[in-house]
Write a protein that binds this ligand. Structure first.
Ligand SMILES: [Zn+2]
Length: 201
């Protein structure tokens, strides 16, 4: 019931105000695979560029799926900043609502964003945990979702090369959140304890 209300509310106040999203319809559609021979075309290069720009325009953005900026394509990008050595520490401090450390992330050394084209989750651990979650397209709601602790994704990179990436913890959660986007699923569809948390100005 609460969820229904929140979703109705979401419809009046979609996230496009943050990301210039072209419509909620795309967010709710199953996205389309990119033909492998098209991966290196200018069209896809431009989409990837736009995705990284949108992602990096959001301080709290860690990953973005193509439907979030209006492209119904099976692509997601993970921000390189989550691989920064101090990312886990800063994130933990934020979750515990402790004071934010004075130095900020990603300014020192830019780590390349990771591109996943036509991603498929090939493995999910049976072991799951409730983890805090939010979404750039569902401002400013946060909740807890039940996610597998480990996940493996098979995808193509921006050069059309197939690769496999296993992850645990936060990156495994990102894999699950982003592949959900490609199916038109948002975290609020299955999260619990959903609440609104406006950003500190
Ligand atoms: Zn999202």
């Amino acid at each position: 019931m609460i969820k229904t209300i929140l979703q109705a509310k979401q419809k009046q106040k979609p996230a496009r105000q943050n990301l210039g999203i072209s419509g909620e319809k795309v967010l709710r559609k199953q996205a389309i695979e990119v033909p492998v021979i098209e991966i290196k075309t200018q069209k896809i290069k431009n989409v990837l560029k736009e995705m990284s720009a949108a992602l990096n325009s959001q301080d709290d953005g860690v990953a973005l799926a193509a439907p979030q900026i209006g492209y119904s394509l099976r692509i997601f990008v993970v921000s390189g900043k989550i691989f920064a050595p101090d990312f886990a520490r800063v994130r933990a401090a934020k979750i515990l609502a402790e004071e934010e450390p004075s130095e900020t992330l990603q300014k020192k050394e830019k780590i390349k964003d990771l591109v996943f084209i036509n991603p498929k989750i090939s493995k999910l651990s049976r072991e799951k945990e409730w983890v805090p979650e939010g979404c750039l397209s569902v401002r400013w709601l946060y909740g807890k979702t039940l996610r597998s602790k480990k996940a493996t994704v098979i995808a193509y990179d921006e050069n059309g090369k197939k690769f496999t990436r296993g992850a645990s913890g936060f990156l495994a959660q990102i894999f699950q959140h982003e592949t959900d986007h490609l199916e038109g699923i948002l975290f609020i569809d299955h999260a619990k304890d959903i609440k609104e948390e406006l950003p500190a100005k």
